[in-house]
Design a protein around this ligand. Structure first.
Ligand SMILES: [Zn+2]
Length: 333
């Protein structure tokens, strides 16, 4: 296997061939910047949680994981300076991302700034995304290597379309791949593929996230047949769907020949204000970054997946996707 190209991480560029086993949809810390400022969560303790995240990533390293993509974008309390303190204390490559997490509306600022709006000018979202990717995030010099957009139950609202249009523009300028948060129950990954490809994005550069919440093989195959990679990326979220059923879906799709179109991850976090640690301990005890190496890989192998399948989904597919378009060459299988 040869993958040629570099991927930006918190500690600078890394050769795609050196990314190793990669968890492509995770979070270090999820918060809400304004709530955190005014009503700090009782379970949040910054220095203790920076310690816990660094120690947690070292355990993940000991289990064979080499790269973790932090998909905490704007709207989820992104603080890259804080995550950089964690990145400095672990051997795991941490990858930063940009984009905007909203299922329905953007903050009022964006309703006054943009083409044809009160403060007329180019869409600031496009400028922000490109600056994050090309110059670095918030003066840290840490460059984003992934774009993220969201469609949830409300579907393609005007502001969701605006974020996706901006992400498509930033993708076309930078070649950085786009991942999504999709809503499996309404099968709206299809709308994401349709919208983004209509805006000039090659489906091969898309990861439709949270597909692991679905067991609809027809829906999942349609996404992959259109060229997209699907994120089987919520192992451990057993309050949504038990891991046993998530594993069964991956095994069925492997038997149908889709190893090159799936990536595995957990959408876990070391702290999330949305579902704080005490809640997770009670309701989702397997929801952490150790779940795939400790439990899921073994279940996949026991169910008939080959070691090559696992390598394809955890090593080769992430490397292929993370290298910016136009800077990729070599063989991936
Ligand atoms: Zn996520």
């Amino acid at each position: 296997m040869t993958v040629v190209g570099e991927v930006q991480t918190f500690n600078g560029p890394v050769d795609a061939a050196d990314l190793g086993t990669t968890l492509i949809h995770e979070h270090v810390f999820v918060g809400d910047t304004e709530l955190d400022l005014n009503f700090p969560h009782p379970e949040w303790d910054e220095s203790a949680l920076v310690d816990a995240a660094a120690a947690g990533l070292e355990r993940v390293w000991d289990l064979g994981i080499r790269t973790v993509v932090d998909l905490t974008v704007l709207g989820l309390g992104r603080d890259v300076g804080r995550v950089a303190k964690v990145a400095a204390r672990t051997r795991v490559n941490l990858v930063a991302s940009t984009g905007y997490y909203t299922a329905d509306v953007l903050p009022p600022y964006f309703h006054a700034h943009g083409p044809g709006l009160l403060v007329d000018g180019p869409d600031p979202l496009v400028e922000y995304f490109i600056r994050d990717i090309e110059e670095g995030i918030a003066g840290t010099g840490v460059r984003a290597a992934m774009l993220k957009v969201v469609t949830d139950r409300p579907g393609l609202t005007p502001d969701v379309e605006r974020v996706m249009t901006a992400a498509a523009a930033a993708h076309q300028q930078t070649g950085v791949p786009i991942t999504t948060h999709s809503h499996a129950a309404s099968r709206n990954g299809r709308d994401q593929v349709a919208f983004l490809t209509a805006h000039g994005v090659d489906a091969e550069r898309l990861i439709i996230g949270h597909c692991g919440d679905s067991e609809d093989l027809h829906y999942l195959r349609r996404l992959m047949d259109a060229g997209a990679t699907i994120g089987m990326d919520r192992f451990g979220m057993e309050h949504v769907l038990p891991d046993e059923r998530r594993v069964r879906t991956v095994l069925e799709l492997l038997r149908l020949g889709y190893a090159e179109k799936m990536v595995l991850s957990q959408d876990a976090a070391f702290f999330s204000r949305v579902t704080p640690p005490s809640w997770r301990a009670r309701h989702a005890p397997n929801w952490n970054m150790e779940n795939i190496p400790r439990r899921i890989v073994g279940q996949l192998l026991a169910g008939g997946a080959s070691k090559q399948d696992v390598h394809q989904m955890l090593v080769l597919n992430p490397a292929r996707l993370l290298v910016p378009a136009g800077r990729l060459s070599g063989v991936y299988r």
